[in-house]
Design a protein around this ligand. Sequence first.
Ligand SMILES: Cc1cc2nc3c(=O)[nH]c(=O)nc-3n(C[C@H](O)[C@H](O)[C@H](O)COP(=O)(O)OP(=O)(O)OC[C@H]3O[C@@H](n4cnc5c(N)ncnc54)[C@H](O)[C@@H]3O)c2cc1C
Length: 509
Amino acid sequence: MSDTTGLESLVVDTRQHEWTNRHLTFRQPLLGVYDVWNPMGGRPLERYNATTRALQKLIADAVRDRVHLRALGGGWSLSRAAATDGRLVNTKPLNLFFRLAPRLVDDRYAGDPAGLRFVQCGNSIVELNARFRRQGRSLRTSGASNGQTIVGALSTGTHGSAIDVGAIHDTVAGLHLLVGPRRHVWLERASHPTTSPAFASQLGAELVRDDALFDAALVSFGSFGIIHGVMLETDELFLLEMHRVRMPLDGALRRALDTLDFSGLALPGGAERPYHFQVVVNPYALNAGAHVITLYRRPFRADYRRPRSDPEGLGPGDDAAAFIGLVTDAAPPAIPLLVNQVLARAYRDIHGVEGTLGEIFTNSTIRGKLASTAMGLPVSRATEALDLVLAINREAGPFPVLTAFRYVKGTRATLGWTRFEPTCVFELDGPLSDRTLSFYQRVWAALRQRGIPHTFHWGKQLGLDAAAVRRMYGGAADRWLAARARLLDAESRRVFSNRFLEELGLAAP
Ligand SMILES: Cc1cc2nc3c(=O)[nH]c(=O)nc-3n(C[C@H](O)[C@H](O)[C@H](O)COP(=O)(O)OP(=O)(O)OC[C@H]3O[C@@H](n4cnc5c(N)ncnc54)[C@H](O)[C@@H]3O)c2cc1C
């Protein structure tokens, strides 16, 4: 790390004393919001290192003043994971981006060195998609919406439905963690060495290769310090061929939902296993079938027709979260009609549209106030959960909520909520209202009573307290706490705590 450049990053006190997340689901009084900008001049690595110093100075100030500090990504989380009563560090302007010289890659690295990209925390998924495309590369997966920053997204376990890939954090090979005013580490798995010691040295960071620490820090929702940069493993640019068709919710589809065995289904790609599989169920049009979304991976070619957004501005990969907020808090008798109308506009059938990951999944805008809860389930319990939801809707509804299923490979991250191998992500999206939230409460209670193992997306509405975290994660919660205590001293653990963490029993000193 160069301390001799004289470069200084800009830290702007915005004089804001109240913060609200992008989707306006809550308000948080706080001491301040600080925008951090890389210095204008200098070489990229020097600018990056200057910002490491600026961020560590913010940590030092928080330690000195005995206040909380938290990094903010895109502010898209619906949970209070990013909230603090102390100082919030806006990382969005931090979007440096590096390729790796061959000498910086460890000889034992098992992946393709050409695919490694070191990116600063504030790069948004939209930005990365554009930059990767220019370089002939692609993220392996993303969420359906892409206004998040890369570190904000991975910190809560953001996923798509790439069934054999995993979530975004499963494509990360290294983390630059600022864990205190004086300590910062370059963290990799010992079982997956990626960079040579020269890389950590360029950052001025301590090299730590440790599976337990890496797995714990990966999904840590702002609690392991500030993640300044991450090493992503990318693929060569590829195309996705997308289909969205209605299929009867019959035995064959239910079997696929419970097994990911597609042999009984007439999918658009025939016997080919889809790269991405997703099913959306509208409780008010069950007879019309479920929307089955399949994406097949194809080699990139230049002569494809780029997908276009529809007249409403919706892209082909938009999920219910992108538009269901448009169903405003309607009187119950109007709910089925409204849900059907919104879905008819937003979810037309699609046959063989092609695009890159970033062209299929484009949404970075807000439409209405959104509520969303996503639970990780063992795949074998998927339709049991669906039947519970449909019964609650029949008996206590109507509720303005759509049910969706996405699937990912299980994660190694200690508190990764996609921990079942594979995981069915069971999602309930609706407009933010007391009615929607009361529906969530009923569903969460029913899952518990039925004994269906489940976890919660850390960035969405979640029915969790400390006892539930223990029930869901068992010894993993202790391993996560132990890793946090190995990386952060007591002062830093206090600084990087918040109410969210305390309520989940994860802020232990
Ligand atoms: C409309 C909509 C659609 C969505 N679609 C999907 C989807 O398809 N799939 C899915 O899985 N999720 C989805 N989500 C949830 C969303 O992806 C997550 O909540 C994600 O964490 C938000 O990213 P962000 O950059 O906005 O992070 P924020 O909400 O700003 O922060 C999330 C967490 O990351 C921490 N953090 C951020 N930056 C840093 C840093 N540099 N260092 C340390 N900690 C940091 C914060 O402290 C916080 O704890 C959706 C949400 C909305 C509102």
